[in-house]
Design a protein around this ligand. Structure first.
Ligand SMILES: NC(=O)c1ccc[n+]([C@@H]2O[C@H](COP(=O)([O-])OP(=O)(O)OC[C@H]3O[C@@H](n4cnc5c(N)ncnc54)[C@H](OP(=O)(O)O)[C@@H]3O)[C@@H](O)[C@H]2O)c1
Length: 233
């Protein structure tokens, strides 16, 4: 099992979990392409990643641009979707429906279109790895919308694994990970203290799960929780 010489596209691969996944995949010998919406983020990421990695600016909520991206792309082996925005925490007793709907745009609707646009591009043995989150299983107050997005990802992973077969479809379910997603001032140490492993996750911890699911030819419909035991406490 190896992703050496395989073509891997990481959408959202310019920051946090996606950037670490792109770095690990490239270090494992894969040919990696990263994309995200901000050209400066793409340029900065390419400066940090191995020289073999290429990248492009692509707003995943722009369906025409996503269709054009995949139409121009050579066949690929693996697609990873880590694109996400800042957390949408809203009070369920004073629900802001516009914010709730917006929370689904990138992680759900843009993903649905992306999968559709990419579906004809996979070489045999190919896979798609999505990103969900332990909020689906252990939500806190204010998390009804964010947890619902994760629950939708869980269901979509299983459904696509059936519908797109033989393309394998899996998801990584991170707990709290140190990335720019969290608001400034978020207390990572306090969040880590309460966990069985005594710390929060680093992007590299989570990247290993994506590479495992790309590599593992018998995994489909799998949702791999990597949360330091946070769903248990
Ligand atoms: N960090 C955690 O604790 C945690 C826990 C559970 C789940 N997750 C999920 O894991 C995923 C990755 O999160 P992260 O923590 O790595 O976040 P991050 O560091 O903020 O990275 C998010 C990535 O998404 C890209 N992006 C945002 N809007 C986009 C758009 N419209 N089109 C294309 N790319 C876009 C960003 O680049 P641009 O700004 O250039 O577009 C960036 O590369 C998210 O879905 C997040 O919800 C994170």
């Amino acid at each position: 099992m190896s992703i050496q010489d395989q073509r891997v596209v990481v959408l959202g691969g310019t920051s946090g979990i996606g950037l670490a996944t792109a770095r690990l995949a490239a270090g494992s010998g894969a040919t990696v392409i990263v994309a995200s919406s901000n050209p400066d983020s793409v340029e900065r990421a390419l400066g940090e990643l191995p020289a073999s990695v290429t990248g492009t600016a692509l707003d995943l909520t722009d369906t025409a641009a996503v269709s054009a991206f995949f139409a121009d792309l050579e066949p690929i082996d693996h697609l990873v979707y880590t694109a996400g925005e800042s957390l949408t925490l809203v009070d369920a007793r004073a629900m802001d429906l516009d914010r709730a709907r917006t929370a689904f745009e990138l992680r759900y609707f843009a993903l649905l279109h992306t999968v559709s646009a990419a579906s004809g591009k996979f070489r045999p043995g190919g896979s798609i790895t999505l990103t969900t989150g332990t909020a689906a299983d252990r939500p806190g107050p204010g998390w009804s919308v964010a947890a619902s997005v994760c629950g939708a990802m869980d269901a979509l992973t299983r459904s696509l694994a059936v519908e797109l077969a033989p393309i394998r479809v899996n998801a990584v379910k991170p707990g709290v990970v140190r990335t720019p997603l969290w608001p400034e001032g978020f207390d990572y140490e306090a969040a880590g203290d309460s966990l069985p492993v005594g710390r929060i996750g680093e992007p590299e911890d989570i990247a290993a799960a994506y590479v495992f699911l790309m590599d593992q030819p018998y995994a489909s419909g799998s949702i791999l929780t990597v949360g330091g035991g946070n769903v248990l406490v």
